[in-house]
Design a protein around this ligand. Structure first.
Ligand code: KIV
Length: 263
């Protein structure tokens, strides 16, 4: 995917081809991932897979800006999404102030915020002020402590109706795209059919307009736990451990460095 996507080309892809989103947290991986993805998300999941925390809640604005800058440097041909961390968009004023930092201090193309109908006024305030917004509905990782765990959504009729309301409300508020996480597949498909903007799923089945995965999950690098929706495309952890073990063995046996590695 050579040409950098724009909000317009992302929206035009709906109904034409599935969109590919993947997370990245640094320039090195971003440069490796950009060739085969449409959008790169600097997710606050970096707090878990990069910073070793048990959830995303302690990620800060400064951390997100640092990592977003690194990703922007590594993937200059990619449409880049910066996740707004927990507590940085609880009211319109803070949301705009923090989103402006993203646009002024990085070259990210948009921000992502978690929440549906309850966050529609914030989404509208941001989009009214020139900030492109990707929504995020369904299972909201930033609500994990408030809800007492990660809960798959869309299991009851009430939840299904609420999810449809959520998607419509943030679309009406100006979100150009919506991530839907941890939702029963048939409900996610219905939501994708209810709105005109692309709906990108994670743990939401195959009937939506695209997929997103956390890169360290799909490369098999993150070992702490594996959610049901993750497919590991390589066993990265084993490959890395084996490579480092070989290096360690060769250093100890003086097999490395050889003449070709020596000045
Ligand atoms: O932070 C993140 O990586 C995300 C994805 C799970 C969509 O929000």
């Amino acid at each position: 995917m050579n040409k950098k996507m724009t909000i317009t080309s992302i929206q035009k892809a709906k109904g034409v081809r599935p969109l590919v989103m993947i997370t990245a947290y640094d320039a090195l991986f971003a440069s490796l991932l950009e060739e085969s993805s449409d959008m790169i998300l600097v997710g606050d999941s970096l707090n878990m897979s990069f910073a070793g925390k048990s959830d995303t809640l302690s990620a800060t604005m400064d951390q997100m800006l640092y990592h977003t800058n690194a990703v922007c440097m590594g993937a200059q041909n990619s449409f880049i999404i910066c996740d707004m961390p927990f507590g940085t968009y609880t009211n319109k004023k803070d949301a705009l102030k923090n989103a402006i930092r993203v646009f002024q201090e990085t070259s990210a193309d948009c921000v992502k915020i978690e929440g549906g109908e309850d966050k529609a006024s914030i989404v509208k305030h941001l989009t009214d002020n020139g900030i492109a917004v990707c929504g995020h509905i369904g299972l909201l990782p930033q609500s994990v402590r408030g809800e007492g765990g990660y809960k798959v959504k869309g299991k009851t009729a009430d939840e299904q109706l609420q999810l449809i309301e959520d998607a419509r409300a943030i679309e009406d508020a100006g979100a150009f795209c919506i991530v839907i996480e941890g939702v029963k597949a048939e409900v996610a498909t219905e939501i994708a059919n209810c709105v005109n903007v692309p709906v990108i799923g994670i743990g939401a089945g195959n009937g939506v307009d695209g997929q997103v995965l956390v890169f360290s999950d799909m490369l098999g690098l993150f070992e702490a736990f594996t959610p049901k929706f993750v497919k590991k495309y390589i066993d990265g952890a084993s490959l890395v451990k084996e490579a480092v073990k070989n290096y360690s063995d060769e250093v100890q046996s003086r097999e490395f460095p050889q003449d070709i590695h020596t000045y």
